[in-house]
Design a protein. Structure first.
Length: 384
């Protein structure tokens, strides 16, 4: 079991920390600090406008409005949440399209050497598909970020038709994270007084039926035990799901969500926090809280993923267009910085199955428009 409360270091200058509770005050009073992340400082921006640590390289794999290599698929507008899936000796990267009414998702296929071998549409004509999550059985859950939004279960290969999953609730969906250890799928909600949900399928691997629950606890709680209560009407009618259960713990704008090793990490953009939910003990804590820092490199927290080495990679919606890394020891530092795209946001970070490549998108690219999206790959010596 991994450490989940990240109680180690403090911050000055280019790096920050992720501490919780009284440890914040103790560490700040002691004047401790860190100066760089585990990969060292960022270098100058490359030809793609991407600044990376030494030893890492970037490439563009797709641009909105342009045909993806080795395919006839025109890459979609506003690329957003994403995930990778094993495909024989290669892999697939799936990406949502956060466009109203004509959104959906597409995917790109790679061979074992990382060459693009195809691309396709896997979901069409849905509404503002923002984030989502991968399932252990090899499907992509794509959430609609509208008040009556659904989760759609899609086939990354585009062979099987996408299926809507009403039992997972109708609300302003953001991310999903499957927990095979306890049999739940966690879900975030992108509103300022959101709930944090979990869905228990009647049969694991089949999302057509099950029970939707919402976290219950003191909204001010940042470190302690929580409980769960059944949402009586998952369809959100006549009362929105987040208002159906007394004592629902409120979060300020749920965003990214990722499960691994007994913990579900999720972000809340309104207060720029990263949370950790211990699924075994049913406790929440803060993995990152900038209000207790002198200076922080991470702002506008959004999508989150995790490397094989246990590092969290948190993408920024705005900020200075960085993906920042949070180590298991609690150190936070920039890993990627995109230059010349201040009107965009970074979306969809996901690692290839072998852990050597990180994919992500700049939703609006250099133009600041949904028609200017760019999807990237970063390759290098990620920690195992």
């Amino acid at each position: 079991m991994e450490r989940r409360n990240f109680l180690r270091l403090t911050v000055t200058g280019a790096a920050a920390t992720a501490l919780g509770g009284a440890a914040w005050d103790q560490a700040l009073a002691a004047g401790k600090f860190v100066v760089t992340g585990p990969y060292g400082a960022l270098g100058t921006a490359d030809a793609n406008g991407i600044a990376l640590p030494s030893g890492f390289t970037s490439r563009v794999i797709a641009r909105t409005g342009q045909t993806v290599a080795s395919s006839s698929y025109t890459w979609h507008d506003a690329p957003d949440g994403g995930a990778c899936f094993v495909d024989g000796s290669g892999w697939i990267y799936v990406s949502n399209s956060e466009i109203g009414a004509t959104g959906g998702a597409g995917s790109v296929t790679f061979d074992s050497a990382g060459n693009i071998t195809g691309a396709r549409r896997i979901l069409s004509n849905t509404d503002r598909n923002c984030a989502g999550g991968a399932t252990p059985w090899g499907t992509w859950l794509s959430g609609e970020e509208v008040a009556t939004g659904y989760v759609w279960e899609t086939d990354p290969w585009g062979v099987n038709a996408a299926v809507v999953r009403p039992a997972m609730g109708r609300f302003t969906h953001e991310a999903c994270a499957a927990d095979p250890d306890h049999g739940y799928v966690y879900l975030t909600e992108d509103v300022t007084d959101s709930g944090f949900y979990r869905f228990k399928p009647t049969s694991w691997g089949d999302l057509s039926a099950g029970t939707l629950e919402v976290m219950v606890g003191d909204t001010a709680l940042t470190n302690g035990a929580v409980s769960w209560a059944v949402v009586p009407e998952p369809d959100g009618s006549p009362t929105a799901t987040r208002y159906q259960v007394a004592g629902t713990k409120r979060f300020n704008g749920g965003e990214g969500c990722y499960y691994a090793a007994g913990t579900c990490w999720f972000t809340t953009k309104g207060d720029n926090r990263v949370w950790a939910y211990d699924a075994t003990t049913s406790r929440v804590s803060l993995a990152y809280d900038p209000t207790r820092l002198r200076q922080s490199p991470l702002s506008g927290v959004d999508n989150v993923t995790r490397s094989e080495g246990g590092d969290l990679f948190v993408a920024e919606d705005g900020g200075n267009m960085e993906i920042c890394l949070i180590t298991p020891e609690g150190m936070v530092s920039p890993f990627v910085r995109i230059s010349g795209q201040s009107s965009s946001e970074i979306c969809g970070p996901a690692f290839s199955p072998d852990g050597t490549r990180l994919y992500f998108s700049s939703q609006r690219g250099t133009t600041g428009s949904s028609s200017g999206g760019i999807t990237y790959e970063v390759k290098g010596p990620f920690r195992a």
